[in-house]
Ligand binder design. Structure first.
Ligand SMILES: [Zn+2]
Ligand SMILES: [Zn+2]
Length: 170
């Protein structure tokens, strides 16, 4: 048993394997293609790009850095239905806190109204947000999360370029 490296769904049996990556089906394998090739991007290229993002201006508010991945957590419920997820975004600390506060309020309003997961998971999501608000990522260097996201962004750019070249040559 494992989880799909693209969509995070639990794979009970089967699935598509690509080296040490696993996907639930061909569609996820295809969508996860940047993930597959991102493994081959050398660390120093990733680190250099991550450092540039880290030192650069915030993509959301154009304010000064440091820029890193700030994840906020939200949940909403409707009777037996509960949906919760984490939303990572590359931005400055104050934009990160803004979305963590926003999603805390959102979860407080809409999280509880499902049984049992709404009641169980709403405090968890709120605590995760509060933890992020209290303690941000290390200001002096890009976090592991930022490195991973930058690695994927580079891979996505490579795939887009490949596709553009293919369209041009057809
Ligand atoms: Zn999947
Ligand atoms: Zn910002």
């Amino acid at each position: 048993m494992g989880t799909c490296d693209f969509c995070g769904t639990t794979i009970l049996f089967g699935g598509v394997k690509d080296n040490d990556l696993r996907f639930c089906n061909d569609k996820c394998h295809q969508s996860g293609y940047p993930l597959v090739i991102s493994r081959d991007i050398p660390d120093d290229i990733v680190n250099k790009n991550a450092e540039e993002v880290h030192k650069g201006a915030c993509p959301k508010c154009q304010g000064p850095g440091p820029i890193d991945v700030h994840t906020s957590f939200k949940i909403y419920s409707l009777l037996l239905f509960t949906s919760y997820n984490s939303v990572p975004s590359i931005c400055c600390r104050s934009c990160g806190i803004k979305s963590q506060v926003g999603n805390t309020v959102f979860s407080m309003l809409f999280g509880w109204w499902g049984f049992p997961y709404g009641i169980l998971m709403t405090p968890v999501q709120i605590i995760k947000n509060v933890a992020g608000i209290i303690k941000g990522p290390d200001k002096t260097q890009p976090s592991e999360g930022l490195n991973n996201m930058v690695r994927l962004l580079i891979a996505e750019k490579m795939v887009a370029q490949q596709n553009a070249q293919q369209t041009a040559s057809n």
